[in-house]
Write a protein that binds this ligand. Structure first.
Ligand SMILES: Nc1ncnc2c1ncn2[C@@H]1O[C@H](COP(=O)(O)OP(=O)(O)OP(=O)(O)O)[C@@H](O)[C@H]1O
Length: 233
């Protein structure tokens, strides 16, 4: 399969300050990557950099064969980068269904397919954005990104702050996306073991640099190493 995303020695940050250094990796269509590391090591900044919202000091980002290093966020989104930021950005005056239809772009993901993936959103389709639980908001955020028919989903801590029962529902949906739909994903997650169980590959960042890159299963199997790298209990 051809390369979908290629980061080549990416050094980026906010203004003059650098938070990512010399970051290189390649993903192919259908790859799933867990992006792990302690708080503040640059995981969110990496997703934000893919969307063109930091200052790229050095290196390049290639997407589907073209250089997008200097391309606007809007164009990256149109080119198939589906970003689900940590803040869920619900509109209180829009229903669930309106949240989905306003961003729809042609492709396999439509309302019917979304409601199959998230039956709870079908039940809540006429509820307003401010009448949803945190978990339901997260589902809307993911569903909204899917409605743009992206070629990759960038998920920033999708399980954060959610009740265990909802986490299970989300995990099922993300697993289905990755394993059955073949969706390419990068998932940033504090719950390292959960993220590793959902993905094929894992990259660990420390102070903006890649300090580990392997398949997810082998990192999951090496608990000592994982704990050292991400300091989970
Ligand atoms: N908008 C910003 N302006 C300036 N510095 C920022 C900005 N956002 C993040 N940073 C800094 O960049 C570094 C990396 O932060 P980032 O949020 O990417 O880390 P993270 O690994 O996602 O952490 P967390 O798990 O806490 O979200 C931190 O030192 C942070 O203070």
């Amino acid at each position: 399969m051809t390369e979908l995303l290629v980061l080549d020695k990416v050094t980026a940050g906010y203004g003059e300050s650098i938070v990512l250094e010399d970051v290189s990796f390649t993903l192919k269509e259908g790859d799933s990557l867990a992006l792990l590391g302690r708080n503040g090591v640059g995981k969110t900044s990496l997703l934000v950099t893919l969307m063109g919202l930091t200052r790229l000091h050095k290196g390049s980002i290639r997407w589907a064969g073209g250089d997008i290093s200097r391309v606007s966020t809007h164009k990256r989104s149109r080119a198939g980068l589906g970003w689900v930021p940590q803040e869920r950005h619900m509109f209180p005056s829009l229903t669930v269904e309106e949240h989905l239809t306003v961003v729809a772009r042609p492709g396999p993901w439509n309302l019917q397919k979304i409601y199959q993936m998230f039956p709870r959103l079908f039940e809540r389709r006429n509820n307003m954005g401010n009448q949803l639980s945190g978990g339901e908001q997260q589902m809307v955020a993911i569903a909204r990104a899917l409605m743009t028919n992206p070629r990759i989903l960038l998920l920033d801590e999708p399980m954060e702050g959610l009740a265990p029962i909802i986490v299970q529902e989300l995990v099922r949906a993300i697993r289905k996306l990755v394993q059955e739909e073949g969706m390419s994903v990068i998932v940033v997650e504090q719950h390292a073991r959960l993220a590793l169980s959902l993905t094929q590959r894992a990259i660990v960042l420390d102070r903006g640099r890649i300090v580990h890159d392997s398949d997810s299963a082998s990192l999951l199997a090496d608990g000592d190493k994982l704990d050292k790298l991400v300091a989970v209990a």
